[in-house]
Design a protein around this ligand. Structure first.
Ligand code: NAD
Length: 370
């Protein structure tokens, strides 16, 4: 198969959809890889690192024109629509439900659009979203620690404390991928960490994982109210799949927090679980409400594009190899997780949530692919 990797054109996006290790694996399996010149630079990967593994570099138009399968990170932008070709596989984050114009563009171009975010295993887990939650969860503590510094607007707290001075108090809402990764880093820094979830099994897993060194608490309004008063850093990592994040921290609760405490609500991309949070950008990440620093960056992995690129491509590459090796029809028939990733197939809407967003009925994949 001819595999093409364009440079990302979305403003600020520095990740790339394939690393030199991915090129090596694809070439070894007998495929051809064309990378847009400079595509890896945002992640500090030079063109020579790709060509050394036998990839070819080319201009964007040529990459799109030659490829049977395009690997991207973000959805195509309008300037890329005319480059898509009928029957071409597009494997990338799509997030189609809120953007009907993009869904229509993919339908019109008759591509096979497979979305990273809807690839789903039988246990409900989302293997191509998890790596970005790992990055964001770990980064949340690093960023929180930075903004706790007095010169950065915070309370002036060193999370680790020192002998004779207690460590900072970190409260994590949600014990999923973001929450557990945040707890791990906070604990590693020596902070005093509590984590809350409504799922007791998640709390049992955390208790086991950290050998009881993280305090686990059932998530309810009473407990949240109590822990917030002590918190120096609050990290939000709550998710109710497919829904807006529940508001667990009201503005009245925020007003009871310490002056100079920091809130990093990672779930801001789903609306956030803190009433006073709103999305911010990496260029201007924080603002203050009732003395509490709020950090609402909706694309945290973009701060560390190199780590994020490697984390993402570690997870996507096995699917890329399967699609390239078996062809899209056989690969999606044999791999149910990958089949769930198909959003549009040559003009037909396949994913139920995407069809629903357009007020249409989905066509089951089995009815299209035989
Ligand atoms: N801002 C960013 O850059 C960024 C990056 C990656 C992920 N995210 C977002 O972070 C959020 C969390 O992602 P995840 O991968 O950790 O999800 P996850 O499904 O692994 O974990 C979510 C957890 O929230 C828990 N939960 C649900 N309702 C709760 C409640 N009322 N109280 C406490 N816990 C509750 C669930 O039981 C689950 O354990 C998502 O919205 C995701 O999109 C944001």
């Amino acid at each position: 198969m001819n595999v093409g990797v364009p440079r990302e054109v979305k403003p600020g996006e520095q990740r790339v959809a394939l690393t030199p290790a991915g090129v090596r694996a694809l070439i070894a399996a007998g495929h051809r890889v064309t990378i847009e010149a400079g595509a890896g630079l945002g992640s500090s990967i030079r063109d020579e690192e790709y060509t050394r593994e036998s990839a070819t570099t080319a201009a964007a138009d040529q990459v799109w024109a030659q490829a049977d399968m395009i690997l991207k990170v973000k959805e195509p932008l309008p300037e890329e629509y005319p480059r898509m070709r009928p029957g071409q596989i597009l494997f990338t984050y799509l997030h189609l439900a809120p953007v009907p114009e993009l869904t229509r563009a993919l339908q019109a171009a008759e591509v096979i659009g497979i979305a990273y975010e809807t690839v789903q295993r039988a246990d409900g887990s989302l293997p191509l979203l998890a790596p970005m939650s790992e990055v964001a969860g770990r980064l949340a503590v690093q960023e929180g620690a930075f903004y706790l510094a007095k010169a950065h607007g915070g309370r002036g707290i060193l999370l680790a404390g020192v002998p004779g001075v207690p460590p900072g108090n970190v409260v994590v809402l949600g014990a999923g991928v973001v929450g557990v990764n945040a707890a791990r880093i906070a604990l590693g820094l020596g902070a005093d960490v509590s984590i809350l979830d409504i799922n007791l099994d998640r709390l049992r897993a955390v208790d086991d994982l950290f050998h009881g060194r993280v305090i686990t608490l059932m998530s309810n309004a009473f407990n949240i109210d109590q822990v917030l008063r002590r918190a120096d850093l609050l990290i939000g990592g709550v998710l109710v799949a497919g829904a807006r994040a529940p508001v667990l921290v009201t503005k009245e609760m925020v007003a009871t927090m310490k002056e100079g405490a920091v809130i990093v609500d990672v779930a801001v991309d789903q609306g956030g679980s803190v009433e006073t949070i709103h999305p911010t950008t990496l260029l201007d990440p924080t603002y203050v409400v009732t003395g509490v620093v709020h950090y609402g960056v909706a694309n945290m992995p973009a701060l560390v594009p190199r780590t994020s690129t490697f984390a993402l491509t570690n997870a996507t590459l096995p699917y890329v190899l399967e699609l390239a090796g078996r062809g899209v029809a056989t690969a999606t028939r044999r791999n149910a997780a990958l089949a769930k990733g198909v959003n549009v197939w040559r003009g037909k809407l396949v994913h139920p949530a995407v069809a629903h967003a357009l007020g249409e009925r989905a066509t089951p994949l089995e009815a299209i692919v035989d």
